[in-house]
Design a protein around this ligand. Structure first.
Ligand code: ACO
Length: 331
C-alpha cells in the first residue's frame, strides 16, 4: 500500500519577552532605522532564563496536538529541527516526546542549522510514505539568543527565539493535500560563511569552543537568494507544477531583502509571499513552522492550495518543499 504524508495540524509558541530595535540601541552601536532598512526586523522574542529550546518546543507541540485532537500515545515519531539544543544530549526530541506523552514514539533531533525543520519534515515524509509511521510530530525549536554574541552588532540584531510544530499524518489518498516534493542540498565548502563553535570543537582548532554565531553576511545573502531560487524551481518541477500553480510562498524568515530578491528571481508576486520577519527576526529552524502556522490560522491557505517553502542556513545547507494543503488541516 502507498501512503502519502498530509499536514494535519500546525502550532507555534513564542516566548513572552520582546526585544525591540530600540532596546538593541542600548546594547550595541546600531539604530532602529538601519535594522529595519537592512533586514525588515522590528522586534524579536527572547526566551526567559527558565526556558530552553525544549520548553518552547513542548508548548508548540502541545498546542498542535490539542488542535488536532490527537493523544501523545498515537504519535510514532518525534523529530526536532534545532541547532540550539538544551545540551549535547539527550535530544530536544526526547524531551518533547516525554512531555507530550508520546510513549510509543522514537525521537531524534535533526541539525541542519536553519534547514533543520525542512530536513526533519522531509525525513518524516519518508517514514510515512514507506509505511513505518502513521503520525509524526515535527518541531522546529530554537533559542538563538543563547548563542548570539550580544556585543556583535552585525549578528545580534538578526536573531530571535521561538518554536513551531506540525503534525504529519499518513493518508492513502494523494488527490487532496499531501507533501508533493522536496529537495535538500548542502555545500560544506562554505562552512566558514556561517558557523557557531561548541563543546565538541577540536582543542587546537581556530574555531572557538564558545558557541557564538559568526557570519559573513554578504556571502550568506548571495547564496541565500541564488540557492533558495534554484531549490524552489527544482521542487516545483519535481512536483509536476509550474511557478504559476503556487498559491503561497512561505520562505525562511531571515531578512526581508532576501525574501524580496527571492520573489523577484522567481518572478513571483509579493502578494503571495508570507512574511513575519518583522515580528520575530530569524528563529532558524523555527521560522518556517511558525510562519506556516500563522498563515494557516490567518486563513491564507485553503484546502487544495500549493504552498512552497524554502530555506537556507549554516552548512551551508538549504532546501525547498512543495505541499498541497490538506482538506482537514486544523489550526
Ligand atoms: N547597525 C548599524 N550598522 C551596522 C550593523 C548594525 N546592526 N551591522 C553592520 N553594520 C554596518 C557595517 O559595519 C557596515 O559598515 P561599513 O560600511 O562602515 O563597513 C555597513 O553597516 C554595511 O554592512 P554590510 O554587512 O555590508 O550590510 P548588509 O547590507 O550586507 O546587511 C546583513 C548585513 C543584514 C547581515 C545581511 O548581509 C544579511 O542579511 N545576510 C544574510 C544573513 C542570513 O540570512 N543568515 C541566514 C542564516 S542564519 C543561520 O543559519 C543560523
Amino acid at each position: 500500500m502507498t501512503f502519502f504524508a498530509k499536514i494535519a495540524a500546525t502550532g507555534a509558541y513564542l516566548p513572552e519577552k520582546v526585544l525591540t530595535n530600540f532596546d538593541l540601541e542600548q546594547l550595541v552601536d546600531t539604530n532602529d532605522m538601519w535594522i529595519r532598512e537592512r533586514t525588515g526586523i522590528h522586534t524579536r522574542h527572547i526566551a526567559a532564563p527558565s526556558e530552553s529550546s525544549s520548553s518552547l518546543g513542548i508548548q508548540a507541540a502541545i498546542r498542535t496536538l490539542d488542535v488536532a485532537g490527537v493523544d501523545g500515545e498515537e504519535i510514532d515519531l518525534v523529530l526536532v529541527g534545532t541547532c540550539t539544543p538544551d545540551g549535547m544530549f539527550p535530544s530536544v526530541a526526547s524531551r518533547i516526546q516525554n512531555a507530550v506523552g508520546a510513549v510509543n514514539a522514537g525521537a531524534f533531533d535533526v541539525n541542519a542549522a536553519c534547514t533543520g525543520y525542512l530536513s526533519a519534515l522531509s525525513t518524516a515524509t519518508q517514514f510515512i510514505e514507506n509505511g513505518s509511521a502513521k503520525k509524526v510530530l515535527v518541531v522546529g525549536a530554537e533559542t538563538l539568543s543563547r548563542i548570539v554574541d550580544w556585543s556583535d552588532r552585525t549578528t545580534c540584531v538578526l536573531f530571535g527565539d521561538g518554536a513551531g510544530a506540525t503534525l504529519l499524518e499518513a493518508s492513502s489518498k494523494k488527490d487532496f493535500g499531501s507533501i508533493r516534493s522536496y529537495v535538500l542540498r548542502s555545500d560544506g565548502g562554505q562552512a566558514d560563511a556561517l558557523f557557531a563553535g561548541g563543546p565538541g570543537a577540536p582543542t587546537e582548532h581556530p574555531l572557538t569552543k564558545e558557541a557564538h554565531i559568526m557570519m559573513d553576511g554578504r556571502a550568506v545573502f548571495r547564496a541565500a537568494v541564488e540557492e533558495m531560487s534554484k531549490a524552489s524551481l527544482t521542487a516545483i518541477h519535481n512536483a509536476g507544477l509550474s511557478i504559476d500553480d503556487i498559491d503561497l510562498l512561505v520562505p525562511h524568515q531571515a531578512n526581508e531583502r532576501i525574501i524580496r530578491a527571492l520573489a523577484r528571481n522567481l518572478n513571483f508576486s509579493m502578494d503571495k509571499v508570507f512574511m513575519n520577519v518583522e515580528k520575530y527576526g530569524n528563529t532558524s529552524s523555527a521560522t518556517i513552522p511558525i510562519a506556516l502556522h500563522e498563515a494557516n490560522t490567518e486563513g491564507l491557505i485553503k484546502p487544495g492550495d500549493y504552498v512552497l517553502m524554502t530555506v537556507i542556513g549554516g552548512g551551508l545547507a538549504w532546501g525547498a518543499m512543495v505541499v498541497q494543503w490538506s482538506d482537514y488541516c486544523a489550526s
